[in-house]
Design a protein around this ligand. Structure first.
Ligand code: ADP
Ligand code: MG
Ligand code: MG
Length: 894
């Protein structure tokens, strides 16, 4: 293969091979823009080096050939003593990884050529020694691994000695002295002299850039950004241009639009008499780019014209690095610039208005993740930036949002305090299903253990509640009800705490929060405060309108009550894809469920069911009313019954204590017996789902009756209910047939009794591998399938979701066994393959079979794209994720 490309040979579409920087340098070169000449060593060469530990043998000669060509064009040789060519050696991967990898400037300078450089610059000794000083410093640090602080300290000392307040106060002699000092530091720390041979400098720098792909910080960054670890980086060798040649020189960065809002204008920073890295390093104060007009009008006008060219060419916001060498403008980098979520929406619609892109492209320019970001209330950046609040910890950003409240350490207190109107943050080492009520009551959840898919994280995301988890440096003591932060700071119950679920940061005290104007808009509640965000809201509104025109997938909500259903509808839900009826059995009704479970006789059981019937019916009436005219999929009872009974250990202790006092009560004894009887080693694979319906007489019948009667009641009231009855955890068509026969009979009975024209479809979840494998048979008895991808993932992988996260998922993620938890994003190759084949087999049996998905994956962008490709009819997700799913469904179709 060809390992080296001249800038004239590449183009912007070759990012895989040339990296982003190289591809765009080539693109600019071919656009005729002023780019210093140079060439790019491909990512492929880097991969060979990383895999084998050595550069590919052919690389050396190819580099030599390109270098010779470069030298010829420039009319000077690399490091030539009387007139040296200098180059930069710059990293540049396919995806930008800001500040993660290395670049070395001024390669080619040596004790020998420094005088030549001075001569080249018209006898400017200071400039030459400044450049050399920079080379030894950068080379020492990035190539030879010397601690950068040692150079910084030496530089500071030199400035102090001179009484200079910036590096500009040092003259040629000072800088020359500094070079000697730097070289001594290198010799001492690296155990070798600073290399004087130019080609050796270059080759070592290239290798250092290759190596920088695998530094710890680069790996960490890639994991967070989901960038594959095996891409490697390209290396760009670029002829140096000098911004440090005096006041008519300088360096800067520019954006073609404001990356925070998308507004067009002149945005950027400029620094006179400096080299590129100074701008970022902040060693001197930059001036706003607009000031360049005054400093050097010709270059300024030229730059603005180039920015216009780039924007029209890339049809997007670009950011730029440039350098001015004695009045001559040079372009050193451009790329499609990063932007805030708000700017992404605004830029996309602005570009449509300018006729640069069409609506489909506008959809590609924004993401569901950005929309989600815009939907959470946020901490006022001004407050956190001012440092007026103290950060006490930093955990995993598990569920975005900004929450402030009083610290509580148990669910009971969370509920009690929130009932009396307090805002609370529930703090636990980790959460479990017993904490649910506390999590619901809390503004946000903070845990010191567990990852992005821990119980706390998953449940919080489902509820759209702010959560920071795994804040490991915080010591949570639930017994003493306090939290200890590093440095010994103790937070007691009742103290105010603020958590940022978008960044994972935890603050002491109250950080001011600003509401999301985008949510206000979805809620139809625009008020005065949202005015200033009008531009953003208008952009979101337009993008959502494009999205709804383009998408094929319908979007439903997971919602169990009328309030959630109504919100879901405002957010654009086209029905309910999952109503979990177990949530209707909590609170005061738990006692009735207990009675049902404890019933010894048919009579007792029937009484318990009879008491539950009207309560369930009333729930459904409300739900159907909120979703009038839209489908509502009601799942019959799914969880193991023990979940409705007291915890076995607690109860055993209670009974034992009571027995010791000789006053054990009859009910507790019966409960304990029942709990023992229901106790299972693997409850998730035990008596639950359809199995309950088949062994607890009357249970499913009661639920079906409640649904049918509620529908009849709504029809009588002039409504248009569209219930769909869903049977969970079916593994074979026989199970479904039995439930179905019973249900059909009850519906017929209700139809008869009420005279209502009931139209109820009955379907099943596909959440066991056997169900997926026999989907063709199951479709005989099902009018719809809803893929329960949570359980399907558990059973296909054999992972217990509640256990594996804490125990080995981190190791799996680190070893790259998967890039993201299969509970977060659908495992397309395994679980996804089953979904595809089941969908196909189901439709072969029943062409009008309706296909949907419920579960976490329904609101996950990547998974939504998969479900679109798999040809499903709809996805169902939590109300808060609906706009995200609408947008991603459209992006999948666009
Ligand atoms: P990063 O990816 O960290 O921005 P770069 O490779 O872009 O690293 O280089 C760091 C700085 O050095 C930038 O400001 C860049 O503009 C400047 N620079 C790189 N190559 C040259 C060059 N050949 N001449 C002058 N400045 C350069
Ligand atoms: Mg750069
Ligand atoms: Mg399930």
């Amino acid at each position: 293969p060809k390992y080296v490309y001249d800038f004239t040979e590449g183009n912007k579409d070759l990012k895989d091979l040339l990296g982003g920087k190289g591809a765009n340098l080539a693109e600019m070169t071919n656009l005729g823009l002023p780019v210093p000449p140079g060439f790019t060593i491909t990512t492929e060469a880097c991969r060979v080096y990383l895999d084998s530990g050595a550069e590919p043998p052919a690389l050396r000669d190819e580099v030599s050939a390109h270098l010779a060509e470069l030298e010829q064009r420039m009319g000077r040789k690399l490091g030539q003593s009387d007139d040296p060519l200098l180059v930069s050696v710059r990293s540049g991967a396919k995806f930008s990884m800001p500040g993660m990898m290395d670049t070395v400037l001024n390669i080619g300078l040596s004790d020998d050529s420094v005088a030549g450089l001075a001569a080249q610059a018209g006898g400017d000794d200071r400039f030459a020694w400044d450049s050399y000083r920079r080379l030894v410093q950068m080379f020492g640090k990035t190539v030879l691994g010397v601690d950068g602080d040692l150079f910084e300290e030496a530089l500071e000392a030199a400035k102090r000695a001179k009484g200079a307040d910036s590096d500009l106060g040092l003259d040629a002699a000072d800088l020359r002295g500094l070079v000697e000092e730097f070289k001594a530091i290198v010799a001492k720390e690296a155990g070798r002299e600073f290399p004087q041979e130019p080609r050796e400098q270059m080759d070592l720098a290239v290798r250092a850039v290759f190596d920088s792909w695998n530094t710890d910080r680069a790996r960490l960054y890639r994991r967070q950004e989901r960038i594959p670890g095996d891409l490697g980086t390209a290396v760009n060798i670029v002829a140096m241009v000098f911004g440090n040649l005096g006041p008519d020189s300088g360096t800067g960065v520019a954006f073609t639009r404001d990356p925070a809002t998308g507004a067009q204008g002149v945005y950027g920073d400029y620094l006179q008499n400096a080299q590129g890295e100074d701008v970022v390093a902040g060693i001197r104060n930059t001036v706003p780019l607009a000031d360049l007009e005054r400093i050097d009008k010709t270059s300024y006008d030229r730059l603005l014209a180039i920015m216009e060219t780039l924007e029209t060419h890339y049809k997007d916001l670009c950011d730029i690095e440039f350098t001015i060498e004695r009045g001559q403008l040079w372009m050193l980098q451009t790329r499609v610039g990063k932007r805030t979520a708000a700017a992404a929406f605004q830029i996309a619609t602005q570009l449509v208005d300018q006729g640069l892109i069409d609506e489909a492209e506008a959809l590609r320019r924004v993401t569901g993740a950005q929309l989600a970001q815009l939907m959470f209330p946020r901490f006022d950046d001004a407050a956190t930036a001012r440092g007026s609040v103290r950060r006490i910890g930093w955990g995993i950003a598990a569920s975005p949002g900004a929450a402030v409240g009083k610290a509580v350490f148990d669910s009971y207190t969370a509920v009690k305090w929130s009932r009396s109107g307090e805002k609370v943050i529930l703090i636990r080492r980790e959460t479990n299903p017993d904490d649910l009520s506390g999590m619901i009551a809390a503004e946000g959840i903070l845990t010191s253990r567990g990852g992005k898919t821990s119980h706390a994280a998953v449940v919080a995301r489902g509820m759209g509640k702010t959560c920071v988890c795994g804040a490991e440096e915080l010591e949570v003591d639930t017994k003493r009800r306090c939290l200890t932060a590093p440095g010994g700071l103790v937070l007691e119950e009742g103290d105010l705490i603020s958590i940022d679920g978008s960044t994972g940061k935890v603050y002491l005290g109250e950080v001011p929060v600003v509401p999301s104007p985008v949510v206000e808009y979805f809620e139809g509640r625009m008020h005065a405060g949202a005015e200033e965000a009008g531009e953003l809201v208008r952009a979101v509104h337009r993008i959502m309108a494009y999205a709804d025109r383009v998408r094929r997938l319908r979007v439903r909500a997971n919602a169990d009550n009328a309030e959630d259903a109504a919100r879901a509808r405002r957010f654009g839900a086209q029905g309910i894809g999952l109503c979990r009826t177990e949530h209707m059995f909590l609170g005061e009704r738990r006692e009735l469920v207990e009675r049902l479970i404890l019933a010894d006789t048919d009579g007792e059981r029937e009484d318990a069911l009879k008491a539950l019937l009207p309560l369930q019916r009333a729930d459904f009436v409300e739900l159907f009313e909120a979703m009038d005219g839209l489908p509502v999929t009601v799942r019959l009872l799914d969880p193991p019954l023990h979940e409705f009974l007291p915890d076995i250990t607690e109860l055993s202790v209670r009974v034992a204590l009571a027995e010791a006092r000789k006053d054990a009560n009859e009910n507790d004894l019966r409960l304990l017996q029942a709990v023992h009887k229901l106790h299972e080693q693997n409850p998730m694979l035990g008596l639950r789902g359809v199995r309950l319906g088949l062994v607890v007489p009357g249970l499913f019948a009661m639920q079906v009756r409640a649904i049918a009667e509620a529908a009849a009641q709504r029809i009588a009231a002039g409504g248009d209910p569209r219930p769909e009855i869903m049977v969970p955890l079916v593994g074979t068509v026989q199970e479904l047939e039995i439930v179905r026969d019973e249900a059909d009979a009850i519906v017929a009975e209700v139809r008869e009794a009420t005279g209502a024209d009931l139209d109820l479809s009955i379907g099943t979840m596909i959440e066991l591998p056997r169900a997926a494998l026999t989907a063709g048979q199951i479709a005989e008895a099902a009018e719809f399938f809803s893929f329960g991808t949570n359980d399907l993932t558990q059973t296909v992988w054999g992972f217990s979701r509640d256990d594996v996260e804490a125990s080995f998922f981190t190791a799996y993620l680190e070893k790259g066994i998967f890039g993201v938890s299969p509970f977060e994003t659908i495992d397309a190759d395994g679980v996804g393959a089953l979904v595809r084949s089941a969908a196909e087999a189901g439709r072969a049996t029943r062409p009008d079979l309706k296909l949907g998905v419920c579960g976490e994956h329904g609101g996950d962008p990547e998974s939504v794209h998969f479900f679109h490709r798999a040809g499903l009819d709809y996805v169902s997700c939590s109300p808060f994720r609906i706009p995200v799913a609408r947008l991603e469904a459209a992006r999948a179709a666009a």
